[in-house]
Design a protein around this ligand. Structure first.
Ligand code: DC
Length: 275
């Protein structure tokens, strides 16, 4: 049995925008209370050597896949920070805050107070799913409509402030692998291991296309490629925490690497630090 199944995990734990408990809920909580470390068969690590691993890079490079595998191997917590930006985007789409690709940012502070984002352990997948206002949106946030609008939402300073503070709380105890765009530069500038992932845009588009076809979604390759190129440009040129490699990050170009090869590469980097 997974350790998290034995734990008395709260059913409805929500965070208000500053990471403190939402006042709709009774018990005070911290993000780490309900987040579950991956631990099917973790590699033995010394407790005092738990580190923070920041994985940043371009969209559709496979950051989350490798971060998830690494967390599983090390018995670390895995957080896909992009999922948090996607969940806020989904909320804005549902509430018609986004019209024709334009985000209405008036009263954004007030709007964000009604957004609660949390991760809950899913015993079927052995991973933490993302919940938006109590609803599991793990699948819905991967749809094209969200992908097409998320860059604009992620460029809003107030949204970033809210999500960065939640992310930092999740890393307080270390032993975390988080992937995103600003993890090594803004969220955890002191992370012990920083990896910056990149790959050829056409190869990335092919990978995403295949994933979507496997999920029986109607997709157009050129549209996916355009979306990837647009997002790269947007992420790199936005004013708020633009995507850039931290000075002390190591670059991993996985265009021509198998999953196994890239995993071994990262594990070697980890061992160089932790021993
Ligand atoms: O990794 P992803 O494709 O799921 O990310 C979705 C969007 O969120 C993408 O446009 C970049 C943005 N993002 C960000 O700005 N900062 C992060 N830490 C993670 C994602």
């Amino acid at each position: 049995m997974h350790p998290c199944q034995g734990k008395n995990l709260p059913a409805h734990r929500k965070l208000s925008q500053n990471g403190s408990p939402c006042n709709r809920k009774e018990a005070p909580i911290k993000p780490n209370d309900y987040l579950c470390r991956m631990s099917t068969n973790p590699m033995p690590t010394s407790e005092n050597k738990k580190i923070i691993i920041a994985i940043d890079g371009y969209s559709s490079c496979g950051k989350s896949t490798v971060a998830k595998e690494l967390a599983q191997k090390l018995g670390y917590l895995f957080i896909d920070s992009g999922a948090m930006y996607r969940a806020v985007t989904l909320y804005f789409l549902r509430t018609e805050r986004i019209v024709d690709g334009q985000v209405n940012t008036s009263n954004i502070d007030e709007w964000l107070k009604s957004v609660s984002i949390e991760f809950r352990f899913n015993p079927d997948t052995q991973h933490n799913d993302i919940f938006l206002n109590g609803e599991n949106v793990e699948q819905e946030i991967r749809q094209l409509a969200v992908a097409q609008n998320v860059s604009q939402v992620a460029a809003i300073g107030k949204v970033r402030q809210l999500l960065v503070s939640l992310q930092q709380e999740m890393g307080i105890k270390k032993g975390i692998v988080m992937d995103g765009r600003d993890i090594g530069t803004v969220v955890f500038p002191d992370a012990e291991l920083k990896i910056f992932m990149t790959a050829d845009p056409v190869i990335r588009a092919k990978r995403r296309y295949n994933e979507m076809i496997a999920r029986n979604e109607a997709v157009d390759f050129d549209e996916i490629l355009k979306n990837i190129n647009d997002r790269d440009r947007f992420d790199e040129t936005r004013e708020e925490s633009p995507l850039r490699k931290a000075e002390d990050a190591v670059v991993l170009d996985n265009s021509h690497l198998s999953r196994g090869e890239q995993f071994d590469w990262i594990l070697r980097k980890y061992r160089e630090i932790v021993g």
